[in-house]
Design a protein around this ligand. Sequence first.
Ligand code: FAD
Length: 316
Amino acid sequence: MSIGNDSGHRRLIILGSGPAGLTAAIYAGRANLKPMLLAGNEPGGQLTLTTDVENYPGYPDGVQGPEMMEQFRAQAERFETEFVNGHVVGVEFGRRPFVLHLEGGKELTCESLIIATGASARWLGLESETKLRGRGVSACATCDGFFFKDRVVGVVGGGDTAMEEALFLTKFARQVHVIHRRDELRASAIMQKRALGNEKISFVWDSVVEEVISEDGAAVEAVSLRNLKTDDTSKLSLGGLFIAIGHTPNTEIFRGKMNMNDEGYIDTVEHSTHTSVEGVFACGDAADSVYRQAVTAAGTGCMAAIDAERWLSSIE
Ligand SMILES: Cc1cc2nc3c(=O)[nH]c(=O)nc-3n(C[C@H](O)[C@H](O)[C@H](O)COP(=O)(O)OP(=O)(O)OC[C@H]3O[C@@H](n4cnc5c(N)ncnc54)[C@H](O)[C@@H]3O)c2cc1C
């Protein structure tokens, strides 16, 4: 839907159509707030990049990520959410109502705003990696580790995230190779100690993945590696590859306009979704560097709608 010819002012606008934004829409719609939701450039959010989701409650047989997001959207539509295919490129929080600048030059204003713009996993940027996403290449061990029982897997990275992913994967995989571009880890001392002391984890130092190999394109079979010190190349057989080089929250447009941590995750007041700007609420992965799951995103999306509804009532 495109934005109609009306004033472009809404009581509540929600940014993002992943689990957090769509859950916020369901709750705000049922609270009679008639929210407008801007879907952004990635309608449905991160789960549209994956296949099987087996850990979202209510789906005992699992569900495909894109299908689940269709169902979230249908539920939000049932309660009068106004969907708009818009992406916000700038915000003005210094005046009320708030002003949102959209790609293409349009403007919207709102009394209150829910930010559910999510985060993006960082990838290596290889064509073969993109082709094999969901076919053995993953950026989330919590989500996909279970599919790799008794396999040999690789983890790319050397920070805390990579060590956490590697340690988690030892619960399923036969062996975990951590592939790191340097000869020492960036991870905290405690995480290093745990990973280095785990007999299922081995380290491939000074090396980068140059290609993810699959003969038939159906599943990861190996990676080709290059040693950055010697320039030697080698092949390592693997049944799965986890990229653990971090996430980037999609919050660049809010930088300098509200409190966030050094990585760009939006600060919220403890046990709530209130941000440092009154009337602006944040939920999902944009404000969560710790859990980053669909169910936690949906949970905080619900909180944001309740917080926004109470805040709007308090100012009227
Ligand atoms: C490959 C993969 C597999 C995963 N598998 C699982 C799994 O099995 N189980 C699980 O629980 N979790 C899984 N996750 C994690 C899960 O997808 C995320 O935790 C969840 O999607 C976060 O939801 P969110 O609504 O906060 O953000 P996202 O899903 O990231 O959605 C963000 C939304 O914001 C929109 N947006 C961004 N910027 C703007 C802007 N400027 N203006 C307007 N809109 C904007 C985007 O278009 C998008 O719609 C997986 C993630 C990945 C990448």
